[in-house]
Design a protein around this ligand. Structure first.
Ligand SMILES: C[S@@+](CC[C@H](N)C(=O)[O-])C[C@H]1O[C@@H](n2cnc3c(N)ncnc32)[C@H](O)[C@@H]1O
Length: 495
């Protein structure tokens, strides 16, 4: 189903359509000539959005004239989304299905911590200003008659909104979908919410799909995850507490797996087993397989701390100074790897992902073989790490494998000796075959994570096309070898 309300993140406004949330289809997106803040793929999407944008357009123009600087001339996605919610309430009235559904959403207003209350109050002031009111008392037309009701609206919004993602799972905005807001959280979910982007009618997009990633029994509760489940338990729990105001007591938080792949290091005796990352409370740790003791406790603790600092800094610099960010990830990754962190261990996994993203963003028409191969190495490590944590068919795991397959399928710029066995990624036909096998595996997982009925969504479609292309290339190559062998046989034994 299409969410009731969507709003793109400010940085995504010029790259995705504000109605169907798709990328530009034929040429560039077209900008609303009045507010100059909202973009559409074509007149069809613009017309469909007009019912909302008509009022929003004026509000955006008013906001821009009051903005203290050009960077702040467009309000945040939360303010714009709440604006659309209020205008919808006003237009549809208190007896409408939308308002009834909204009223039933869970609010955590009574249990709010002071920091959350302050943030909500700040957001409330901005929303009041955005819709052209001067105080909460002027919100009567929207069905809000007191400041308390406004805070309640914002609490419901924060507790029940979803991240709008692109088909390749990049966050591009927020959305409101009251039916899906009934789903509770688990750190080991049996279902996921995705936007596979495969509707036949473009203007029905973005369509939100609830997909089972495991068999779910009759009467069994459906759980999704509200947070990134590749993060360690402590980070997940504090994110849940901060945004959703609850202490997670899901099965995984009650009885964590041991050792947790999110916090594990390789056995110091290299038996192939893993040990938990030591902590300041538990400093005697052993390999789960051979029971060898980890003696380098302090250095592991140090490296995890330094890795986290580097991750935070590289994340901050990602868009402002990508070169500096890439330098940080390039320097830090070998340190974390040589200290024995497994590919799924935090912060190595997150740094690997960021490194891969930064390398991909640096691709230019004069891409070098070295950068391409380094990106494939990072993508391989990320896919390996994610696969140790997430269940088979999880869309994040499927998308990581698809990305690796696509990178392996990129034409080599300066092919290396194809017979070298110690080289990764391999070169020549071996690389082509590895790309093919990776994409076939990715397709199987995409069909689960983005739904078989959706053919794995738009990444599934891309992967299918890449598989067909590689089948042809591999076929040509196999035929070439067959012909060469045939010619050799005809020529008789060499002298
Ligand atoms: C999007 S709502 C989920 C549906 C909600 N439980 C209802 O009945 O409408 C999110 C809120 O549900 C509660 N919740 C969701 N998952 C939970 C969990 N695993 N443990 C405790 N509370 C949870 C929290 O209060 C959270 O802020």
């Amino acid at each position: 189903m299409r969410p009731r309300v969507i709003a793109l993140t400010t940085s995504a406004l010029a790259s995705f359509c504000s109605h169907c949330s798709g990328p530009p289809q034929h040429g560039a997106l077209k900008r609303c000539t009045r507010c100059r803040a909202i973009w559409y793929c074509d007149a069809e999407c613009q017309n469909k959005d007009w019912a909302y944008h008509k009022t929003e357009c004026e509000a955006l123009q008013r906001w821009a004239t009051m903005a203290p600087s050009p960077e702040l001339s467009v309000p945040s996605d939360a303010i714009r989304c709440l604006g659309r919610v209020l205008w919808d309430r006003q237009k549809k009235g208190p007896e409408s299905e939308f308002v009834k559904e909204w009223n039933m959403l869970q609010s955590n207003k009574v249990a709010l911590q002071t920091s959350a209350l302050e943030a909500y109050t700040h957001l409330a002031h901005s929303v009041v200003r955005y819709v052209g009111a001067t105080s909460p008392a002027e919100l009567m037309p929207f069905g809000i008659s007191s400041a308390g009701q406004l805070v309640d609206l914002i609490s419901k919004f924060t507790t029940n909104t979803f991240t709008l993602t692109s088909p390749s799972l990049d966050p591009i905005g927020v959305c409101v979908a009251p039916t899906f807001a009934l789903l509770n959280h688990s750190c080991d979910p049996n279902a996921v919410l995705v936007f596979p982007r495969c509707a036949e009618v473009k203007t029905q997009e973005p369509r939100m799909n609830l997909i089972a990633i495991r068999p779910i029994g009759v009467d069994e509760e459906i759980f999704i995850s509200y947070v990134d489940t590749t993060l360690p338990g402590e980070s997940r729990r504090s994110a849940l507490q901060e945004t959703y105001n609850f202490q997670c007591e899901c099965a995984m938080c009650r009885e964590p797996v041991h050792p947790d792949p999110r916090q594990s290091i390789w056995c110091p005796k290299a038996c192939g087993g893993t040990c938990p990352v030591p902590s300041s409370e538990v400093d005697l740790v052993r390999c789960a397989r051979c029971r060898a003791i980890v003696s380098s406790v302090d250095s592991v603790l140090d490296v995890v701390r330094i890795g986290q600092e580097a991750l935070d800094k590289a994340n901050t610099l990602q868009f402002r100074d990508p070169e500096k960010s890439i330098k940080l990830t390039s320097n830090m990754l070998p340190i974390l790897i040589s200290s024995g962190l497994t590919p799924s261990c935090h912060p190595l996994l997150a740094l690997t992902r960021l490194h891969q993203e930064l390398l991909m963003a640096s691709f230019t028409p004069d891409l070098t073989q070295d950068i391409l191969d380094k990106t494939i190495q990072a993508s391989t490590n990320y896919s390996t790490g994610v696969s140790s944590i997430l269940t088979y068919g999880h869309p994040v795991r499927a998308a990581a494998l698809a990305e690796l397959g696509k990178l392996l399928a990129v034409d080599e710029i300066t092919p290396q000796d194809p017979s070298a066995t110690d080289r990764y990624p391999p070169s020549g036909p071996k690389r082509l075959r590895l790309a093919y096998e990776t994409l076939v595996r990715a397709r199987e997982e995409l069909l689960i994570g983005f739904g078989k009925v959706n053919q794995g969504g738009s990444i599934g479609k891309e992967v299918r096309e890449a598989i067909v292309r590689l089948e042809k290339e591999l076929g040509v190559w196999t035929q070439g070898i067959r012909n060469a062998l045939h010619d050799q046989r005809l020529a008789g034994p060499s002298k």
